[in-house]
Structures are given as C-alpha cells and as structure tokens.
Design a binder for this molecule. Structure first.
Ligand code: 13P
Ligand code: SF4
Length: 287
C-alpha cells in the first residue's frame, strides 16, 4: 500500500507500505504469486513490469493520475526526434508505454541522483514540470521539462504556507517535490513521501505541517504521538478510489488484473531496472 492510503488500509491490511520506489522494489522481492497493489494504476503497472510472472491486481482500475495522463509514448518519441542525444528520464508516475520510450525511470526519492547519473549538461525529466524544476534548482545539469503537473500538489501556494507560519511561527513545514518551486522554497524540507515520514520520525518536531496528500498525516500521526499535525487537506481522488471493501472484492474475485503488453513491458523494464540498479549505470551512456 502506498503512503497515501487511508489508515484502515495502511495500518490495517497492508503487508508492505512505502513510497513509489519502495513499492516497486518490494513488489519484485515479494515471495507471492499474487500482489494486490493499493495505490494508483501506474504503481500496479510498475509492479507488473518488474514481476511479469506474478498476478498483479488493483482494487479499482480507474485509479489514475494526472501526471500519467499528461503524456503518451508517441509524445516521448516526438520529443526524442526533436532533441537527439538528450537523455529522457521519466518519473515513475507514467504509463508503461511512456517508460518503454525513456532511458531511465526515477521517483521523487532518487530524481536528483538519476539526473546527475548521465554526466550530460542537459536531460529531460518528464512529465512533472514542478519536480523537474525542483531538481533543476539543486543541480548544475539543465533539466528540461514537460508540461504536466500533479492535480493535488499544484494547488498548494507559497502564500498559504507564509500565512500558516504567521499564525504559528513554531510550525515546521515539509513538502513533496511535486509542489511548485516557490512552495518548496518556503518549506523546511522537501522529499518523497517516505523521506517526509522519516524526517518527522527522526526530528520529532513539536508541530508539523505536511504539504502533500492528506491521508499521510493520519498514517504518521499514530506512530508519532508527541508530534502535533496541522493538516491542510488536499485529497487525491484517484488514491481515494481504493477502499477496504474493494480490496476484499479483489482478493475474493481475483480482480482487476493489470496486464501489460509483453513487448512494451520488456522495454519499460529496462528503464525501471536501470533506476533500481542505479550505481551500475554506465556513465558513458550519453557522453
Ligand atoms: P512518492 O514516490 O513520493 O511516494 O510519490 C508518489 C506520488 O504519487 C506522490 O503524489
Ligand atoms: Fe498522481 Fe498527484 Fe494523485 Fe500522486 S497525488 S497519484 S501524482 S494525482
């Protein structure tokens, strides 16, 4: 289950919880014939890409993502034609078709490391223009963008964060890098959902505000009783399609099965495994 699942799923039934990177790795490692992926479709598809022999189920096939919907495989082919020699990195929040056309995948946990792994002076990081801009602000590499955004994180504003701080100057604010750069600039820390959770558990701030999907604060709050959570609540409508009832139906009826065309899966697997085996990437791939 992804960190954005509601606590009944996150704490109640999940065997494995984590951010996109952890879920992709654990799905492959899992000693099981069937995986029920509680998250959105691209996450289940990534599990299937990495574990073609396992049955991967998603409790609601309509659980999508605004980022995944913002770009197609044909778009990536056109981008490559117009920009020969520029590596194309895809955020994990994309379809298998898109991953199949890209050089490597990344998540918000490792985007900076992936961008710098090519040793080139520019790369494309698609499709999240805000993640790309946030990574671009931390590196000398020119990070070229696609015009996609997360419909949940793009709603946060820097003014909103400044207003919260004015009311409560002691509050610590941590944000997901899918937020616009001016929001990240106002935050005390930015990182993937797993990194945000680790930050709260390690720092144990008196008061914290997590600028991300709002179920995550519920999940961490029960594990950090000494921390007071101020909760701006933006829900991801796609993540919230996954419910306990639908998980039960999934298990009882073995549905809905995620299927990926084997030829596309084979190409997409190269991009995802390159990310997982990052240290093994050939430094001269694009020199
Ligand atoms: P993480 O990889 O940080 O879990 O993010 C996934 C996601 O969809 C955030 O909106
Ligand atoms: Fe996609 Fe945003 Fe929902 Fe994450 S929170 S699944 S990026 S729409």
């Amino acid at each position: 289950a992804h960190n954005y699942m509601t606590p009944d799923i996150f704490h109640g039934v999940a065997d494995i919880v984590g951010d996109s990177l952890q879920l992709a790795i654990e799905a492959k490692r899992a000693n099981a014939d069937v995986i029920v992926q509680c998250g959105v479709h691209f996450m289940a598809e990534t599990s299937k890409i990495l574990s073609p022999d396992k049955t991967v189920l998603i409790p609601d096939m309509k659980a999508g993502c605004s980022l995944a919907e913002s770009i197609t495989g044909a778009d990536v082919r056109a981008l490559r034609e117009r920009n020969p020699g520029v590596p194309i990195i895809t955020y994990v929040n994309t379809s298998a078709d898109v991953k199949a056309e890209c050089d490597i995948c990344c998540t918000s946990s490792n985007a900076l490391q992936v961008v710098e792994s090519f040793g080139t002076d520019k790369v494309f990081l698609i499709p999240d223009k805000y993640l790309a801009a946030n990574v671009g602000n931390k590196t000398h590499v020119e990070v070229l963008v696609w015009d996609g955004a997360c419909e949940v994180h793009e709603r946060f504003t820097a003014q909103e964060l400044r207003d919260y701080r004015k009311i409560d100057p002691g509050v610590k604010i941590i944000a997901h890098p899918e937020c616009p750069p001016e929001v990240v600039a106002e935050a005390d820390f930015a990182g993937s959902t797993a990194h945000m959770i680790d930050w709260v558990k390690t720092k144990q701030p008196e008061k914290v505000m997590m600028i991300t999907e709002c179920s995550m604060a519920d999940n961490v709050a029960s594990e950090t009783p000494g921390v007071d959570f101020i909760r701006p609540c933006n829900l991801c409508p796609h993540m919230k399609r996954i419910t306990l009832g639908k998980i039960l139906d999934s298990l009882v009826e073995m549905r809905e099965e995620v299927v990926v065309d084997p030829i596309i899966a084979k190409k997409a697997r190269i991009a995802v495994e390159r990310m997982i085996n990052l240290k093994k990437i050939s430094q001269d791939l694009y020199r």
